[in-house]
Design a binder for this molecule. Structure first.
Ligand code: CMC
Length: 392
């Protein structure tokens, strides 16, 4: 009721209050629960950051051990859930496979349907954190026609995921600690980013009091799009395209500036950051290290560095305050680790999961909570009379 304000894309409209993540887009600042992202990236790990986001404080050792232990004990999927993977086409994109499997969790855990049952919310939280890496690994194994590997619960979450993805049943899998650490770091950097498209989706679906699995499944689908999480795959496709055309960065940038349909500098620009994305700065360093360590002399890295240099010095990008975002360099790291391009957004989903959960829980605990129900400005026909089909 009253005055309705039109704000496409919610550019200026806050939909909630939140204690979770602080961003100052002009200064390039990102903090989870008050802790600078740079400190968490250097000193913390993904399990600890997940705890911090969801419960609001860094855990004590006992809280950490209990949380990690509970997650470890829930990594197995129900045997019947495995059959879902058989039903999908082998060349299916892994993102809808991921969201379908998460949606299906509601059918296996029917005790999860009441979002106000605190014990069940806690159980769903742990189940989801534990099972999403297993689901993601199964989606990969399906796509390459290899047998699924059950989780090995003597391993940590990221190691376990890498083993289930790249290991074989008959062989011991040597988990490279540097690789594990790099992926853990990337998960930390993706863990939350306040009211982005997928998180807002999770909150919106959850505001109807749908359960956690249904809400997160919707968030995964929102992340799929190339303007959001899908950008990490799109960046690699863009770099490969430039490479195939002889590495001509200048003419690609011209095409972007001329706004050729469908040509954008993917991995650049952000709704909130009008300065260098602090996550991109950390990732750029990591890309150098990981690629160096894996001996991957990727010509695409050189193209990416040239693109960045050129764009940062060009008026088009300067005037619009377009800087590299989190997705610009991640694809190169994922590629060096052995992940196929269309799988990159699944890795984003694994990282973003604790943030989605934290927001869903915060939203339900908010006494000012209301079902999300935006208004509109109607621009259609005025009242008119129905004419039967023969009269039209
Ligand atoms: N390449 C070329 N021009 C761009 C780009 C880009 N990547 N991003 C924005 N612009 C231009 C845009 O054309 C517009 O120009 P003009 O004022 O002349 O019409 C101006 O900059 C403002 O852009 P906008 O589209 O109004 O900004 P937005 O806040 O609605 O969109 C964005 C933000 C991230 C969707 C957009 O920058 C984009 O499409 N970037 C490429 C995709 C991408 O990298 N997405 C990942 C985002 S970060 C992580 C995540 O959320 O997953």
């Amino acid at each position: 009721t009253g005055l309705v304000t039109l704000d496409p894309g919610f550019v200026n409209t806050a939909a909630c209050k939140s204690d979770i993540t602080y961003i100052d887009g002009d200064a390039g600042i990102l903090r989870y629960r008050g802790y600078p992202i740079e400190e968490l990236a250097a000193k913390s790990n993904f399990i600890e950051v997940s705890y911090l986001l969801i419960y609001g404080e860094l855990p004590t050792q006992a809280q950490y051990d209990d949380f990690a232990d509970r997650i470890q004990r829930h990594t197995l999927l129900h045997e019947d859930l495995k059959q879902f993977f058989d039903g999908f086409p082998r060349d299916a994109h892994p993102m809808p496979v991921l969201s379908s499997a998460v949606s299906a969790l509601s059918t296996f855990y029917q005790d999860s349907l009441d979002p106000f049952d605190q014990n069940q919310v806690e159980l769903s939280t742990v189940r989801l954190l534990a099972k999403l890496p297993t689901i993601a690994a199964y989606a990969y194994k399906k796509s390459v026609g290899q047998p699924f590997l059950y989780p090995d619960n003597s391993l940590g979450l990221v190691e376990n995921f890498l083993r289930m993805t790249f290991g074989f049943p008959a062989e011991p899998y040597e988990v490279d600690p540097a690789l594990t650490r790099a992926l853990d770091l990337l998960f930390i950097l993706h863990a939350d980013h306040e009211q982005n498209c997928s998180t807002s989706t999770v909150r919106m679906v959850g505001s109807s009091e749908a359960n956690l699995f249904a809400s997160i499944s919707a968030g995964i689908n929102a992340l799929f799009g190339p303007l959001h999480g899908g950008a990490n795959s799109a960046v690699l496709e863009m770099l490969e395209g430039i490479h195939a055309n002889g590495g001509d960065v200048d003419s690609f940038v011209e095409r972007v500036k001329n706004k050729e349909p469908g040509v954008k500098l993917m991995g650049f620009g952000h709704r909130v950051y009008k300065n260098y994305d602090p996550r991109a700065a950390i990732i750029k360093k990591t890309a150098d290290e990981v690629l160096g360590k894996l001996g991957a002399n990727d010509p695409l890295l050189e193209i990416a560095l040239k693109l960045e240099e050129k764009a940062l010095a060009d008026d088009y990008f300067v005037e619009r305050k377009l800087y590299p975002n989190v997705d610009f360099y991640t694809g190169l790291i994922y590629k060096a680790m052995g992940f196929p391009t269309k799988y990159f957004t699944v890795l984003f989903a694994l990282g973003r999961l604790p943030g989605w959960i934290a927001h869903w829980r915060e939203m339900l605990e908010d006494p000012a909570r209301k079902i999300s129900r935006p208004r509109q400005v109607y621009t259609g026909a005025a009242e008119r009379s129905y004419r039967s089909i023969g009269e039209r």
